[in-house]
Design a protein. Structure first.
Lengths: 115, 114
């Protein structure tokens, strides 16, 4: 595998379910990100991790819980979601988080539908 | 706070025609600017970025963009588009000296018709 991979690619869940999204980067990067992409809206940054430490939490509801066990893996744990949480969830990685110049490399996303 | 405005949500063009996708930003400090492309059912991919130096930046797939500080713009251009350029294009800004927190525009859907 190369680049950034995400599993599953599609997920349908009920409002009472608990599920997790997985992201893995094979680029040797130190920073990883979760974004939410909804129709007609800009990409929303949810969380940023640098060297497994969370450095950004963009006022995301607690029903979304990130986990970064090492610099190659990032999870997004989901519980008691709402229908408005249905969206494409994108994972990205970059070499570092300082400076603002690094290119972010994105995975293909997980299309989440909450019933 | 930074913001990005992509003035056109959809741009239809014919194959081999030129195209310009417009992007304006708002920031109180100097910025880095990016264009990303998202092909159907894929994640975003960097087309090009402006960090410093020449205001004309060349990217992949024949795209280029020009940074205009006085007009706070970073428009994307291609002289002759192909069917395969059909995708959604996102402009993004990051302030210099800040974190990797990119602020994205809403995107422009480019459709190239035969």
């Amino acid at each position: 595998e190369t680049g950034v991979t995400q599993t599953p690619r599609h997920l349908v869940m009920g409002m009472t379910n608990k599920k997790s999204l997985k992201c893995e980067q094979h680029l040797g990067h130190n920073a990883m990100y979760w974004y939410k992409q909804s129709a007609k809206k800009p990409l929303e940054l949810m969380f940023v991790y640098s060297l497994e430490e969370r450095v950004e939490n963009n006022s995301v509801p607690s029903r979304f819980s990130p986990e970064c066990p090492n610099s190659s893996h990032l999870f997004l744990h989901l519980h008691t979601l709402q229908p408005e949480d249905s969206a494409l969830y994108l994972c990205a990685s970059s070499q570092d988080t300082s400076g603002g110049t690094d290119t972010q490399y994105f995975g293909p996303g997980t299309r989440l539908t909450v019933l | 706070a930074q913001s990005v405005t992509q003035l056109d949500s959809q741009v239809p063009v014919f194959e081999e025609a030129p195209v310009e996708l417009r992007c304006n930003y708002s920031s109180s400090v100097s910025v880095y600017l990016f264009w990303y492309v998202q092909y159907p059912n894929q994640g975003l991919q960097l087309l090009l970025k402006y960090l410093s130096g020449s205001t004309l930046v060349k990217g992949i797939n024949g795209f280029e963009a020009e940074f205009n500080k006085s007009q706070t713009s970073f428009h994307l251009r291609k002289p002759s588009v192909h069917i395969s350029d059909t995708a959604e294009y996102f402009c993004a800004v990051n302030d210099k000296g800040g974190s990797e927190k990119l602020v994205f525009g809403k995107g422009t859907k480019l459709t190239v018709n035969p």
